[in-house]
Structures are given as structure tokens and as C-alpha cells.
Design a protein around this ligand. Structure first.
Ligand code: ATP
Length: 500
């Protein structure tokens, strides 16, 4: 069965079992309409539709059937109507319910009527681009999501489009475009085909640029993902040799993926980098994208959290779909622990976190798109143990405060980055005097010493000047002594591989 067939069978089973409110998340109202028409035809259901723009309309032609009524009064009518074999379709459902207690309570009353009144037989179908379920309705609603077109669907959409225009497309262009369109909705694909066709009267590989630009737009608009442009290279990361060697190995696999897969190598899934703040986790994420020669998408975990039931999951789903849409790419999930705070604590946030987590795990397990996940986290104690289990990520690395030799390397990197002659500076001595400093502390020392040298009559930067700044700096390890000890114990306990 295709994804759409499975969904159809599932919805049908729910209708037959008299589930009162079915919530369908989709960006494609047309596709939802087709599905509803098909469902209605089988059991001769009558369809009433309300949408935000025009009120109650004829389902087929979308023409208003009466003067505009808001959803609350339409629901009042439906509550008083005799409902037998009816589908009550509500479009723009999340907008109509948002901050509208009357709508919510009338939907609840309708759900009760559908459940308990034997003379009534109807199903409410809430259609929306976002899953935002008010908590009061949660137990009455079942959530479904219309799948995005898979590769076979995308090929069919392109072929249909080309046929309609009496154009032709060669098999290479068809394959390239199919790949580029992955992760987009049917509507988005059709729009892009039109734009590509308008540009030069032909649909072909030359339209891929257009698709990539559109994907960038979608990402910007989503507010959940950013496209990070990174100039950082692996050479800009001091120390962390084990981690860097591991990443280079994965780069080799990714750059020869087909050959590697044929050889029996598993496709790289992702890596989790946990550990002390300011020690190069984010820097490594950026350098990894450059090493892999892939775009870097940063997922802002904080922005996933919505106040409506289902909103956070819906945001996460969209973010992961978007990442698949731009794949191959590196998806950097920064501060991963924030998404899963409170799992198992039993609070209201805990259920959302648990569902988000479940969704994320399943996606990690099943993801087919070439998305390499790079997750970073400080507070490992907030992460559920299932996430740390091997198999989710290819590897988990622990980044500690840099050793003396590593600090030497980090000083050299930051001096050279600012065009300072690191040979004239005794970096060994600096490293010896900076026990407990993070990479970020070292960078701050270099920056400040250069500024002081500039202000002090533009003198050349000297080892003494740097030592001066060091003696006036409280390293992070000092500042967060208790937390550091706690982290160190946890990492030891969990036996996570050291990045150095
Ligand atoms: P946080 O957990 O607070 O986000 P982080 O581990 O992600 O911290 P980064 O943001 O990578 O830390 O580090 C901050 C800055 O410190 C980097 O931009 C870089 O300039 C410097 N730095 C940290 N670690 C290193 C390192 N190993 N080599 C070179 N520079 C480093």
C-alpha cells in the first residue's frame, strides 16, 4: 500500500468506528477535498463545508450557500440539525479555533452529540495546515497527516505537467527534478513547474536552481530552521582529534556514497556532541558542514515549543520535512536537551516532550533522505537515556575542557586568525598558565590582549601582555565549578567516547 492508501484506510476505519472529530494536517486543501470526496462516495455521505473566507459553501464549487456566518453560529446550526450520514468539513480549523472559546465549547458539544445521540451519524473533519489542538478537545480528536508526495508521485506530477503542455523531458532531467522536488507539497511542485516553464518554455534540469531557491525561501519563512553559512574549516578547531578523525572518515563515505553503499557500508546517520560549554561544539558543527561540502541547517529547538496541543509536534514534523527537502544536508540540532526537558516528570509539558521525543526517534530510525544529524547538548542529564543508546546516532562524543597541548593549538589558531605571528609568542607558556580555560575563554584572552596592545600605542602583541590578561581572567571551569563536576561524573558514568 502507498502512504496515501494507508492513510485512506486508516481514516475510513475511524469514521466507521464513529470517532467524532478527525483532524487532517495538510498544506494541500485540494488533496484533502479529493480524499473527502472519495470517502463520501463510498457510503453516500452528504458534505457540509465551512471555511473562514466564505462561511458555509457548496463543497463542490465552493460557492457560499448563505450569508456569511462565523464558525460558532454554524456549529450552533449543526448542533440543532438532524445529522445522518454527514461529513462536517471545517477548513482553516486552527485559525477558527485559536482563542475562540465559543467555537471550542460548541465543538465539544457536537462531539458529545455525535458520541452519545444514537439518531445522529456524522463525522467532523477539521482541515488545517498546522496541528493546533486546544487541550479541551484533545480527547475527542484524532490527528492525521496527509503525506507529501513520494518519488513515484513526484515523477507522475512532472509527467502530467509536461504532457499537458505537449513538452518532453529526458530521463536524466526527470530523475534530477524528482530528487530536487523531494519534501515539497504537490502545490509547491506545480507552482515551480509553472515558473520554470514560463522562464524558457521548457521543463528541465535548468529549473533545479529555482527549486533550491524556493527551498531556501520556505526555510526562512518557517522560522524554525536557519540556513547557516559557515566559513569555519576543520583546521579552525583545536584539539578534538578523535572527533575530527571520525568526521573525516564519514566525509569520505559521504563523498563516495553509492560506492560505499554497494561495498556494504551503512549510510552515516549522525553524531551527538555533548560536553562543556565554550569548548567547540558549535564550531565543530559549522566545520563539519564545510568538510562534508553540504548546506548547514540549524534547528532552533526553543522555537518548536508551541502552546497548543500538537503544535510542537507539528513544528517538528515540518522542520524535519524541510530538512529532508534540502537534503543532502547537515541538520544541526543545537541544545538538543531543551526539546526533551521534563520527559517522565509527569507535568503538562512532559507529555508534549515525550511525544516530540518519540517522533524524533522514529524519524532518526526511518529517515531515508540524506540528512546527517549533528546534535549538540550541554546538559546530558536532561536527555532521555534512549537517545544515548548506541544505534540512534552513529557515535556520541564528549568534549571536555582542552588539555595543555590542545590549548597550545587553540592559542595558535586564534592568533593566526587575527594575523598575529604566533611564532614570536610563547604559546606553550600560555597553555601552561591556562588550566581550566575553555576554547571560548582562550579566544576572549587573545581578543582582549590585542585590543589592549592597540590602545597602548599600537605595540606589538607580546607573551607578557597575554599572560597579563590571563591572570585577570576567571576561566569558565572556575565560574561553574559545581556544574562541571556534575557533568564530569555523568560523562564518566555513561562511558561516552572522548572527543580528544
Ligand atoms: P555552548 O555549549 O556554550 O554553545 P560550544 O561548545 O558550542 O558552547 P563554541 O560556540 O563552539 O562552544 O565556542 C565558542 C567559540 O570559542 C568558538 O567560536 C571558537 O572561536 C572558540 N573555541 C571553542 N573551542 C575551540 C576549539 N577547540 N578550537 C578553536 N576555537 C575554539
Amino acid at each position: 500500500m502507498t502512504n496515501t492508501e494507508t492513510l485512506y484506510a486508516n481514516i475510513r476505519a475511524h469514521i466507521e468506528s464513529h470517532y467524532p472529530l478527525l483532524y487532517l494536517v495538510t498544506f494541500e486543501e485540494q488533496q484533502a477535498d479529493q480524499l473527502i470526496t472519495q470517502l463520501a462516495a463510498e457510503d453516500k455521505h452528504k458534505i457540509y463545508e465551512w471555511n473562514m473566507a466564505r462561511g458555509v459553501v457548496d463543497f463542490q464549487h465552493k460557492q457560499p450557500l448563505a450569508d456569511y456566518r462565523d464558525l460558532a453560529s454554524t456549529l450552533e446550526n449543526w448542533l440543532n440539525d438532524e445529522l445522518t450520514q454527514h461529513f462536517l468539513v471545517i477548513k482553516d480549523a486552527h485559525l477558527a479555533m485559536r482563542d475562540n472559546p465559543l467555537v471550542i465549547t460548541r465543538l465539544k458539544a457536537l462531539a458529545h452529540k455525535l458520541l452519545h445521540d444514537d439518531d445522529t451519524n456524522a463525522t467532523v473533519l477539521l482541515i488545517s495546515s498546522q496541528a493546533c489542538i486546544p487541550p479541551e478537545l484533545e480527547k475527542f480528536i484524532t490527528l492525521f497527516e496527509l503525506p507529501l508526495p513520494d518519488e513515484a508521485n513526484i515523477r507522475a506530477i512532472i509527467n502530467r505537467f509536461v504532457d499537458r503542455l505537449d513538452d518532453t523531458i529526458d530521463s536524466k532531467a526527470l530523475a534530477d527534478l524528482t530528487l530536487a522536488f523531494r519534501g515539497l507539497s504537490e502545490h509547491e511542485i506545480t507552482q515551480l513547474l509553472y515558473r520554470g516553464y514560463q522562464q524558457d518554455g521548457h521543463v528541465g534540469s535548468e529549473d533545479i536552481d529555482l527549486v533550491l531557491k524556493e527551498k531556501e525561501q520556505i526555510i526562512k519563512k518557517s522560522g524554525i530552521l536557519d540556513m547557516v553559512s559557515s566559513v569555519e574549516q576543520l583546521n579552525d578547531v583545536g584539539g578534538l582529534t578523535q572527533l575530527k578523525t571520525w568526521l573525516k572518515q564519514k566525509a569520505n563515505v559521504l563523498h563516495n556514497l553509492n560506492e560505499a553503499l554497494a561495498f556494504g557500508v551503512e549510510a552515516p546517520k549522525g553524531v551527538m556532541i555533548v560536553g562543556m560549554p565554550g569548548c567547540g561544539k558549535s564550531l565543530t558543527a559549522k566545520a563539519t558542514a564545510s568538510l562534508f561540502k553540504l548546506p548547514l541547517l540549524r534547528l532552533d529547538v526553543g522555537s518548536l515549543m508551541g502552546k497548543y496541543v500538537g503544535e510542537s509536534e507539528s513544528n517538528m514534523r515540518r522542520a524535519l520535512q524541510l530538512a529532508e527537502a534540502v537534503s543532502p544536508c547537515v541538520l544541526w540540532v543545537d541544545e538538543l536537551e531543551k526539546a526533551f526537558v521534563g520527559i517522565g516528570s509527569g507535568g503538562a509539558g512532559s507529555e508534549v516532550a515525550t511525544r516530540l521525543f518519540g517522533y524524533f526517534l522514529t524519524w532518526m530510525q526511518d529517515k531515508t533522505g540524506a540528512v546527517f544529524v549533528l546534535a549538540t547538548a550541554n546538559d546530558i542529564s536532561a536527555l532521555p537515556p534512549e537517545l544515548l543508546r548506541k544505534g540512534r546516532f552513529d557515535e556520541i562524543f564528549y568534549v571536555d575542557f582542552p588539555t595543555c597541548a590542545e590549548r597550545e593549538g587553540i592559542f595558535t589558531i586564534h592568533l593566526q586568525k587575527r594575523n598575529k605571528n604566533s611564532v614570536a609568542i610563547d604559546v606553550k607558556k600560555l597553555a601552561e598558565k591556562t588550566d581550566g580555560f575553555s576554547g571560548a575563554d582562550i579566544e576572549a584572552v587573545v581578543k582582549e590582549a590585542i585590543e589592549v596592545a592597540f590602545v597602548d600605542n599600537r605595540t606589538a602583541l607580546s607573551t607578557e601582555r597575554l599572560l597579563d590578561v590571563i591572570s585577570n581572567t576567571f576561566p569558565l571551569k572556575e565560574v561553574m565549578k559545581h556544574k562541571v563536576k556534575e557533568y564530569e561524573d555523568k560523562f564518566k558514568d555513561l562511558k561516552i567516547k572522548a572527543a580528544s
